[in-house]
Design a protein around this ligand. Structure first.
Ligand code: GLN
Length: 493
């Protein structure tokens, strides 16, 4: 296999080539940079590259291979890091003007884990500003294009991470998911995207959007790669008090377990109305495949889903309005010039530094938290959130895994929803409940629609049941045989 083909494959195949000394880790990383230089002008996946870091890591890996030393499973595998996660000494912008020149003074916990695992970080990936969006059109710097069709959005907010993996500009990526930002871009770009249980992965060093919802997780080409990257980054962390103090399992251990006796519930409210025909038939096909794999299929009703968008956009914006208060021109990044006094500096810095969607969220959140409205909006939303969680708890008494589409439709045209925030918010209808309930959820590609755009299936499990979730995803992946290398090959001229 030539190296340009190798960079479009899973980490497993790349590792085999590394250990057999068919290629060096340095050559692999260099081939990925070659791909970046050929395609990223069009795709826009990266905000910045971290070339010296990636090459240094690759050299360390090559040295260990030469000496016959043991290597962590993802050593030498090129990774794209979402640009809202700190990597010491490199810029972290959250795709916002307010952080345009900000250099991370410290490593996120996940970045330390990437270093410990000798995983070369190729660069920092584009996102919707402060991770607010579903299409990656809210980046202050540039849009990201979907590698399957350059007229379409890649999904957001981790659109750069997903596009990089789909376009052969990285093998695996880390994203963050507050309401679907890992799963939606994975779905639109034909990849596997996992939002782990709230607290499974430390958020120390992730720029906070909505702290009761944010979670870091992998975007990969295969379910096995997802499990391997989760193994590498999961765990309790003294710097993140919400991280869970429970043992990290080997998430690859049960991937191939047979599905006899496993109960899968399809979510009635998400599998019936409002789906495109292609998504609907792909979901039905997946259900049939699970039946033939020996799983038991039942219908589950989660009637409160209809309130989830409203609840999310109160809770998430309220938390964002508080988290983003720190960007005041004093402590971080951008500061407006020509100001008359301190108040004027605050106002002008924030007015010039934040984009329109971020301002909209701050205003919505501030309103929901203001006295007189707090009880009517924020408190009510928290109460409904509890009821949503109760519904999931009841569902997981009956089934192991819940099934639905990840999004009612496939990737849409760039520009088609950006003027209509409400229709943009509705793309998250299937994903946000997992964040409200704190449960793990995964997207896996299950086919293509009539325009050859990927269709994603979402599976959700109870808290800390990532192993079961990955097992159920793996078996379907095996049955579907989705061709994830398609766009990266199309793009090479
Ligand atoms: N699309 C959702 C939003 O705009 C989710 C974003 C995310 O998960 N970061 O809030």
């Amino acid at each position: 296999m030539n190296i340009r083909e190798l960079i479009t494959k899973s980490s497993k195949e790349q590792r085999k080539a590394l250990l057999n000394k068919e290629v060096s880790a340095k050559e692999l990383v260099e081939a990925v940079y070659e791909q970046v230089s050929e395609v990223d002008n069009e795709i826009g996946a990266y905000n910045s590259l971290t070339k010296d870091f990636a090459l240094k890591t690759a050299e360390q890996v090559d040295e260990k291979i030469k000496n016959g030393e043991n290597l962590p499973p993802l050593a030498g595998i090129p990774l794209a890091l979402k640009d809202n996660i700190n990597l010491k000494g490199y810029s972290t912008t959250a795709s916002s003007k307010i952080l345009e020149n900000f250099i991370s003074p410290y490593d996120a916990t996940v970045s330390i884990k990437l270093k410990n695992n000798l995983i070369p970080v190729v660069g920092k990936t584009n996102l919707d500003e402060f991770a607010m969006g579903s299409s990656n059109e809210n980046s202050a710097f540039k849009i990201v294009r979907n590698p399957w069709n350059l007229k379409k959005v890649p999904g957001g907010s981790s659109g750069g991470s997903a596009a990089a993996v789909a376009a052969g500009e990285a093998t695996v990526a880390l994203g963050s998911d507050t309401g679907g930002s890992i799963r939606l871009p994975a779905s639109y770009c034909g990849l596997v995207g996992l939002k782990p249980t709230y607290g499974r992965v430390s958020r120390y060093g992730l720029i906070a959007f909505a702290s009761s919802l944010d979670q870091i997780g992998p975007i990969t080409r295969t379910v096995e790669d997802s499990a391997l990257l989760l193994n590498a980054v999961a765990g309790c962390d003294e710097h993140d008090s919400t991280s869970l103090n429970t043992p990290v399992l080997d998430y690859t251990a049960n991937l191939n377990k047979d599905l006899k006796g496993v109960k899968i519930g399809y979510i009635k409210e998400l599998c019936s109305e409002g789906l495109s025909d292609d998504v609907s038939s792909a979901v039905q096909k997946s259900i049939e495949m699970y039946k033939s794999l020996g799983a038991e299929i039942v219908e589950i009703s989660l009637p409160l889903i209809k309130y989830s968008i409203a609840v999310y956009y109160i809770v998430a914006t309220a938390e964002a309005s508080s988290n983003l208060a720190r960007f005041d021109g004093v402590r971080y990044g951008f500061r407006a010039k020509d100001v008359e006094n301190l108040y004027d500096m605050y106002v002008k810095t924030r007015a010039q530094g934040f984009g329109p969607e971020v301002k909209r969220r701050i205003m919505l959140g501030t309103y929901a938290l203001s006295s007189g409205y707090y009880d009517a909006y924020y408190k009510k939303a928290q109460q409904v959130r509890r009821l949503v969680k109760n519904d999931f708890d009841k569902a997981f008494e009956k089934v192991d895994v819940l099934l639905s589409p990840t999004c009612p439709h496939t990737a849409f045209d760039i520009g088609s929803k950006i003027e209509d925030p409400l229709s943009m918010y509705l793309t998250d209808i299937a994903t946000i409940t997992a964040n409200l309930a704190g449960i793990p959820a995964i997207n896996i590609p299950v086919g293509l629609d009539k325009d050859s755009m990927p269709i994603g299936l979402q599976l959700q499990a109870n808290c800390l049941n990532e192993s079961k979730l990955l097992n159920v995803a793996f078996k379907l992946e095996e049955a579907v045989q989705f061709n994830y290398s398609t766009p990266s090959k199309m793009l090479v001229k």
